[in-house]
Write a protein that binds this ligand. Structure first.
Ligand SMILES: Nc1ncnc2c1ncn2[C@@H]1O[C@H](COP(=O)(O)OP(=O)(O)OP(=O)(O)O)[C@@H](O)[C@H]1O
Ligand SMILES: [Mg+2]
Length: 259
C-alpha cells in the first residue's frame, strides 16, 4: 500500500513507538488523515494513544481480533487522544503468530489483506512494529511501501541496522515483495556523548550507499517523550521542554509526506 509506512528496527527500545506516536500527532496537526496500527504485543502505541490498559480491549476490536477474523479493520478503528485513528495492539497478538505461521505465505499477507479495505480513507498509515523479525513484521513489510528505521544514537545500534538491511533484502526476494523505500532517522541523540555524534556521521554516510534515504531529522534524548507516553499524548501536549521537539516532528512529518 502506497500510503503505508512500517516503523521498524529489530533492536528494542530505539524509539520506534515514540516516533510513531509523535509523527502521527504531527501529521494530524498538518491536516492529514492518519491511522496508526499497533503491530506489537507490548501495546505501547496503544498506550501512547491514550489507552492505558491495552489488554482490556481484547474482543472489542484490536489488531489481534482483526487478524483472527473476528472483526473487520473498519470495526477495530478507535480514536487516539491526539486525533489520529488507531487499531490497537495487545498481548493477544502472540497467539495470532502461531495461527499466521500455520498459514504459510498467506500468513505474511494477512495484515495487508486486513488493512486494504480501509487504506484509501487515510493519507498515511503508520505500522508500529515489534523488535525482532518475525511473521507479523514480515506482514508489515508486505503491507508497506515505505520503511522508516529509527536508529538510536549509540554504537550498539549500528550492527542491528546493517543486519536489518540484509533481512529487508532477503524478505523482498523470498516473498517477491516490491522493494521498499527505506528511510533512516537518528533517535535518542545526546550531544554530550562523542559516540552519538560518531553514530550520526556513520549513518549519514552509510544511508545513500545502502540505498536508504537519510531523513535528516535527529531526535534528541528528552524526558518529555516519556512524560507524553505516560499521559497518552505526544510532545504537542504543552509539556515543558518540548517546544523544539514539536518543530522536529513537524519537519519529519513534512519529509514523510514529500518522500
Ligand atoms: N528521544 C527520547 N528521549 C527520551 N526518552 C525516549 C526517547 N525515545 C524513546 N524514549 C523512551 O525510551 C523507551 C523506549 O522507547 P520506545 O518505546 O519508543 O522504543 P521502541 O523501539 O518502540 O521499543 P520496543 O522495541 O520495545 O518496541 C520509552 O520509555 C520511551 O519513552
Ligand atoms: Mg515499540
Amino acid at each position: 500500500m502506497e500510503n503505508c509506512v512500517s516503523v521498524m528496527m529489530p533492536k528494542g527500545g530505539v524509539g520506534k513507538t515514540t516516533t510513531v506516536a509523535n509523527l502521527a500527532a504531527a501529521l494530524v496537526r498538518q491536516g492529514y488523515q492518519v491511522l496508526v496500527v499497533d503491530n506489537d504485543w507490548q501495546g505501547s502505541a496503544t498506550v501512547h494513544a491514550g489507552y492505558k490498559d491495552p489488554e482490556e480491549l481484547t474482543g472489542q476490536g484490536t489488531l489481534a481480533d482483526v487478524l483472527a477474523g473476528h472483526c473487520a479493520a473498519a470495526d477495530a478503528v478507535r480514536k487516539a487522544q491526539e486525533g489520529y485513528d488507531l487499531i490497537a495492539g495487545n498481548g493477544a497478538l502472540i497467539n495470532i503468530d502461531v495461527q499466521l505461521i500455520g498459514l504459510g505465505e498467506a500468513g505474511i499477507y494477512a495484515i495487508r489483506k486486513a488493512l486494504e479495505p480501509v487504506a484509501d480513507q487515510y493519507d498515511v498509515i503508520l505500522i508500529d512494529c515489534e523488535p525482532g523479525m518475525h511473521v507479523r513484521n514480515l506482514g508489515a513489510l508486505a503491507a508497506s511501501h515505505y520503511v522508516l528505521a529509527p536508529v538510536s544514537a549509540d554504537y550498539l545500534s549500528l550492527k542491528p541496522l546493517r543486519l536489518f538491511l540484509q533481512v529487508l533484502h532477503n524478505a523482498q526476494q523470498r516473498y517477491h515483495m516490491p522493494p521498499h523505500a527505506t528511510g533512516v532517522i537518528v533517535t535518542r541523540f545526546d550531544a554530550r556523548q562523542n559516540q552519538a555524534l560518531e553514530v550520526v556521521e556513520v549513518v549519514r554516510r552509510m544511508a545513500p550507499a545502502a540505498g536508504m534515504t537519510w531523513m535528516e531529522t535527529i531526535i534528541p534524548e528528552r524526558a518529555a517523550h516519556r512524560k507524553a507516553a505516560a499521559a497518552g499524548t505526544s510532545v504537542y501536549d504543552g509539556l515543558p521542554g518540548a517546544e523544539d521537539l514539536t518543530e522536529l516532528y513537524n519537519e519529519l512529518a513534512r519529509r514523510v509526506i514529500a518522500w
